[in-house]
Design a protein around this ligand. Structure first.
Ligand SMILES: [Zn+2]
Ligand SMILES: [Zn+2]
Length: 343
């Protein structure tokens, strides 16, 4: 089969590799769509680890082609989304239902082969623990492949307790910032303010319903937020751009008892100066979030059919043969999100 292979930082190619044969408990999924994540680009740039020789791609939707002996719960022909986390099921986090925090966690696309290929093999433990999730009827598989990033966003918003009527500041209007905007609006957030200097991204944010888009290079973000929140600051702020100097800005955007969530990954060894008294006296909660629980994946799949605007985030689509170009447009910073779609 054809697959994109990550050889080492700055080196990827579309190669012929052996098509996996599902053994006992495993399932072979024919990939319909696999989206490229910013973390794939971080791996490409050598800022995040992945196993040399691995097939990247962890945002995957497809159809079960073949189920090995003993597979229960999914059958050939089922349309599925792959939750790419392989967890032990026994560690203190798995026992709390938080498999994405598993102490022995392996992730398809980093430690094991992922979805930028004609087929992806779902390991037995992944199949047995329900990580092949059924795609609701009527939900196209290309949109379904955005389940993983949107589940991460749901985890982020729930970490910040953003619900009906909440005010939220999103720092960064890239794909993940825009997914925060979409989902926050869908969940009934009141005011959603996006900080984004690039005009093209700012326009998408306006189209997707941002209450205001602030260019932080031209306007004092915290002052602009206070102006729009009765002088108080927002209930929550999410940092979706891994830039050290935006952390202090985000702390200045929230009201007393507000929450700041560091959603983005930062370059290794980043250190951030901020005034701890801001956190102390205003009782601000500074937290992080990464990935999502299986329950959040499940719930996102139920709400994705009602979010057709999400297609606006997928600005570039490529066939598998041109998967390296899907990376190249991301490296050049064109548009928002690249997706590899099989014909
Ligand atoms: Zn991702
Ligand atoms: Zn575990």
């Amino acid at each position: 089969m054809r697959a994109l292979v990550f050889h080492e930082p700055k080196s990827i190619s579309v190669d012929d590799v052996a098509r996996p044969q599902p053994q006992q408990g495993e399932a072979l999924v024919r990939v319909a769509a696999a989206a490229i994540c910013h973390s794939d680009i971080r791996v490409y740039n050598g800022l995040k680890h992945a196993k040399p020789g691995v097939i990247p791609g962890h945002e995957i939707a497809g159809v079960v082609e073949e189920a090995g002996d003993g597979v229960r719960g999914v059958a050939e022909g089922d349309r599925v989304v792959v939750c790419p986390i392989v967890a032990c099921g026994r560690c203190p986090f798995c026992l709390r239902g938080l498999r994405h925090r598993c102490q022995e966690r392996q992730t398809l696309g980093y430690d094991g082969d992922g979805g930028l290929a004609e087929y992806v093999l779902a390991p037995a433990s992944l199949v047995a623990s329900g990580h092949l999730l059924p795609v609701p009827d009527g939900l196209a598989l290309d949109r379904a492949s955005l389940t993983e990033p949107l589940a991460c966003v749901l985890n982020s918003l729930e970490t910040c307790a953003v619900g009906a009527g909440a005010s939220l500041v999103i720092i960064g209007g890239g794909p993940m910032g825009l997914l925060h905007l979409l989902l926050a609006r869908h969940l009934g957030a009141g005011k959603v303010i996006v900080s984004e200097p690039e005009e093209e991204r700012a326009n998408v944010a306006r189209r997707l319903g941002a209450s205001a888009v602030i260019d932080p290079a031209r306007e004092d973000l915290a002052a602009a937020v206070r102006e729009r929140t009765q002088g108080l600051g927002a209930d929550a702020a999410v940092v979706t751009a891994g830039l050290a100097d935006v952390v202090a800005d985000s702390l200045a955007c929230v009201r007393p008892l507000g929450v700041v969530n560091l959603f983005a990954g930062f370059p290794p060894e980043t250190s951030v100066p901020f005034d701890p008294n801001v956190v102390h006296y205003a009782e601000i909660r500074l937290t992080g979030s990464q990935n999502a629980s299986l329950d959040q994946y499940r719930r996102v799949l139920q709400l994705l059919p009602g979010l057709p605007e999400i297609d606006e985030v997928t600005t570039h689509r490529f066939p598998l043969a041109e998967a390296t170009e899907a990376y190249a447009v991301r490296l050049r910073g064109e548009g928002l999100k690249s997706m590899v779609v099989m014909e």
